[in-house]
Design a protein around this ligand. Structure first.
Ligand code: ADP
Length: 341
């Protein structure tokens, strides 16, 4: 368990004191994939450095696995940090060492014997899918393969917590997904806790159980990913959620439909979990004698179930349209009217 209680971090700068993290309270459960999302300057990197003891908080306490990271130093802190590993946006590999030598590096530092190192490197190469590339140098690897080396190296000493610092931000979308899949499989196989920082809601949507949204050093919203998707409260959270739900063509489709039918309303439906699989639309058409024009739709799977939005134009007698919308609400499907601006 990772716990932050009233954590604040101020930096001294030439222009006086700068608050990077302000009164943060956070609990991260063992075995959880926890995402911290925010725009640049929100305080994410500072948070991650507070978690591994690279920075001391100005106020409050950071506890990792029962140990107050903010109070210990020297050998005690070094030992605690063996259990907290990290991967980086730009991989931070040793360029003059091969894949296997990079992975063996933390084992050498920990004083593990050569025979044991070789055995462990073999296991790790297998785990991250780099078999056959052991003798390659980082310059001969793709971005995704470099991050696989980074992950193998981070796991070498069996950490309990893996911190990911924008680990997929330098990768193309397809490679991003394969690295995210690898993180999920490691989380499930090894049961280790993963804390990641990102500015991409796709990453949170795809692999996180819980999320905290940061803005100006504060956590403005946190909770189960599906719940946050369903009812984002802070403006910044709404913006992040729209990164995932408002896919290409979303705005154009709405504008075009409103242009064509200026007197009609469009209705946005929000489906959550099992509701995405129920035939509510066909029921609506039969029961209320309305027609449905689909303007735009999208389903986003999250770790705790699917989340979907559907924008429709409901055509029919006014009273039937009203009843149809009421029926949707009764089914627990949130609705929102989109009008001509
Ligand atoms: P993020 O990772 O979300 O971009 P950071 O934690 O890097 O945010 O930064 C939060 C704020 O703290 C920013 O205003 C940044 O300029 C400032 N900051 C970060 N590190 C330092 C430092 N070592 N000294 C002074 N200011 C810093």
């Amino acid at each position: 368990m990772i716990q932050l209680k009233n954590v604040g971090k101020k930096y001294k700068t030439a222009n006086g004191s700068l608050t990077a993290v302000n009164d943060v309270n956070l609990s991260i459960n063992d075995g959880e994939i926890f995402g911290i999302i925010g725009y640049s300057g929100a305080g994410k990197s500072t948070m991650i450095r507070l978690l591994n003891g690279l920075e001391k908080p100005t106020s409050g306490t950071v506890t990792v696995n029962g140990q107050n990271i903010s109070a210990i130093k020297g050998k005690e802190l070094r030992n605690a940090r063996h259990k907290i590993s990290m991967i980086f946006q730009h991989f931070n590999l040793l360029w003059s060492r091969t894949v296997e030598e990079n992975i063996a590096f933390p084992l050498e530092i920990a004083g593990i014997s050569k025979a044991e190192r070789e055995k462990r490197v073999l296991e790790l190469v297998e785990l991250v899918g780099l078999k056959g590339r052991e003798k390659a140098y980082p310059s001969q690897l793709s971005g995704g393969q470099k991050q696989r080396v980074g992950i193998a190296r981070a796991l070498a000493n069996n950490p309990e917590v893996l911190l990911c610092d924008e680990a997929t931000s330098a990768l193309d979308p397809e490679t991003t997904d394969s690295i995210l899949d690898l993180l999920v499989s490691i989380n499930e196989k090894l049961g280790l806790t993963i804390v990641l920082i990102t500015h991409e809601m796709h990453v949170i949507r795809k692999i996180c159980h819980s999320v905290a949204v940061m803005e100006s050093g504060e956590i403005v919203e946190q909770g189960n990913v599906l719940e946050v998707f369903q009812s984002p409260k802070a403006d910044v959270t709404k913006k992040f959620v729209s990164q995932v739900t408002e896919t290409a063509g979303h705005k154009e489709s709405i504008a075009q439909m409103l242009d064509n039918y200026p007197n009609d309303q469009l209705i946005k439906l929000f489906f959550v979990g099992a509701k995405t699989e129920q035939p509510v639309i066909s029921h609506l058409i039969r029961q209320y004698e309305v027609d449905i024009n689909i303007v735009h739709g999208n389903i986003s799977p999250t770790k705790s179930g699917p989340y979907g939005t559907l924008i429709v134009r409901i055509v029919g007698k006014n009273e039937n349209v009203e009843k149809a919308v009421q029926y949707l609400e009764e089914q627990g499907i949130k609705t929102e009217v989109i009008k001509n601006a």
